[in-house]
Design a protein around this ligand. Structure first.
Ligand SMILES: [Zn+2]
Length: 165
């Protein structure tokens, strides 16, 4: 491989690599293939099985025993393939709030932290569009009345209808 920076030949070696591209500061990949340029110092890692790796990181975050940090929230959101505005709609908060969590300007609340973890699991079994549609329908009091009529579900044996605000 040739260095994209200076065009010189790069040397292949094995070593530990701090996986900052994940957006997380504490992920170190042990003994992976790394291409290093001795002329300009450019380093290009060969990240093995990216999909599996990202799933493993997400599982680790799901089980984490302290509140998610901003960068961890962002990682999980990307892993779920959600835009900030979509995550906000699902959780019933504003996009600004999601952004404040992710940039570390605001600590996430315990219920929101748990909701994000559960959402991550939920989206492994359910279609993202369905979940988004369902959750973004839950409105504040003022708008909920007119929506009630649309939320009726029925079969020939029963019917479910939301009653009032
Ligand atoms: Zn170089």
């Amino acid at each position: 491989m040739y260095c994209p920076n200076c065009g010189k030949r790069m040397r292949k070696e094995k070593g530990d690599y701090k996986y900052v591209e994940s957006g997380l500061r504490n992920i170190i990949l042990h003994r992976i293939e790394i291409y290093r340029c001795r002329h300009c110092g450019e380093v290009i890692p060969k990240i093995p099985q990216v999909k599996e790796l990202h799933r493993a990181i997400a599982e680790h975050l799901f089980k984490k025993d302290s509140l998610l940090s901003g960068e961890e929230i962002r990682f999980l959101r990307k892993q779920m393939d959600l835009r900030a505005v979509d995550l906000a709609a699902i959780l019933g908060v504003t996009k600004v709030t999601v952004s404040r969590w992710e940039t570390g300007k605001e600590r996430i609340s315990p219920p929101a932290d748990r909701a994000i973890r559960l959402l991550y699991r939920l989206l492994q079994d359910f279609d993202t569009k369905d979940v988004l549609k369902t959750f973004s329908r839950i409105r504040r009091r003022k708008e909920s009345q007119k929506l009630a009529a649309q939320q009726e579900m029925r079969s020939d044996k029963w019917a479910i209808a939301s009653s009032g605000p």
